[in-house]
Write a new protein. Structure first.
Ligand code: MF3
Ligand code: CO
Ligand code: CO
Length: 265
């Protein structure tokens, strides 16, 4: 028997609510991303919308993280700390990673945004962002009872190899189970071999959140703040994240937003 918690129908009612609040916040963030705003402006917005939704922002004070959301610009892979000194400019790409905690459950999701619109970003940046989004959905397609957690990473790795970014799948940071805890079993790696890892069961909830780097997969952790993760070579990184539920017949994406395109484009 695996160690992945199984949520009851009653628990899932509550968890869907946390996940849907997270999705609504990410939908709303789309309207505030403009050249000239700071990542602290995003933090203030997310913090307010989270608390107005009756939730607590999970990142705030999590292992000492000082803000309510992660904002990761360009070569920042993940865990970027919002700052009034980081001002967004045309052509930047940013990942906003929101986790809401409500009624005892967490909902975790992140998306990429083009600052100033996609037309202001390089073709290379757009390709990386789209590929990372497709990689997430290709991983999610593997989710079903009886399948292995390793099937997710295997599918992502094969897709990324074909797309030409093979050396760029981040290894050091992974998806994770979540529910009553922000991070619980299983670990969801974004590379790997089919048929390895725990077997999924209906009621398991976890994230799929591949980080794809334009160059090397290797990352460097900031010695200054102890959180910010950058690509080791300074090239771009992109990430998308959903919280998913294993259902009797396959999967349900719990953090799908009303304004979010399905399946990536
Ligand atoms: N939301 C991130 C994840 O996807 C975790 C952020 S931890 C924090 O797992 F402390 F940086 F907020
Ligand atoms: Co997240
Ligand atoms: Co996560």
């Amino acid at each position: 028997m695996n160690k992945i918690p199984v949520k009851t129908a009653e628990e899932l009612v509550l968890m869907r609510e946390s996940c849907q609040l997270t999705a609504a916040i990410l939908d709303a963030v789309e309207d505030i991303i403009h050249p000239g705003i700071s990542t602290e402006d995003i933090n203030i917005f997310v913090h307010r919308m989270t608390t107005e939704g009756g939730a607590v922002p999970s990142p705030l004070n999590y292992k000492g993280f000082p803000k309510s959301v992660c904002t990761s610009v360009n070569d920042v892979v993940c865990h970027g700390i919002p700052s009034p000194y980081v001002i967004l400019k045309e052509g930047d790409v940013i990942n906003v990673d929101v986790t809401s905690y409500k009624n005892g459950f967490h909902g975790d999701s992140s998306r990429m945004y083009y600052v100033g619109g996609p037309e202001t970003c390089s073709e290379a940046a757009r390709k990386l962002v789209r590929t990372a989004e497709q990689a997430m959905y290709i991983g999610i397609e593997e989710v079903a009872p009886g399948k292995h957690i390793g099937d997710i990473g295997a599918a992502i790795q094969e897709f990324i190899r074909e797309s030409g970014f093979n050396y760029g799948i981040v290894r050091e940071y992974t998806g994770h189970g979540l529910g009553r805890e922000f991070h619980e079993p299983p670990q969801v790696v974004h590379v790997g071999r089919k048929g390895t890892g725990d077997i999924m069961r209906a009621g398991n909830t976890f994230t799929v959140e591949p980080m794809i780097n334009a160059g090397t997969f290797k990352c460097a952790l900031s010695k200054v703040d102890g959180w910010t993760v950058r690509t080791a070579d300074g090239l771009l990184s992109a990430q998308w994240e959903h919280t998913v539920l294993v259902t009797e017949s396959g999967y349900e994406i719990l953090t799908e937003g009303k304004r979010q395109r399905k399946k990536g484009a």
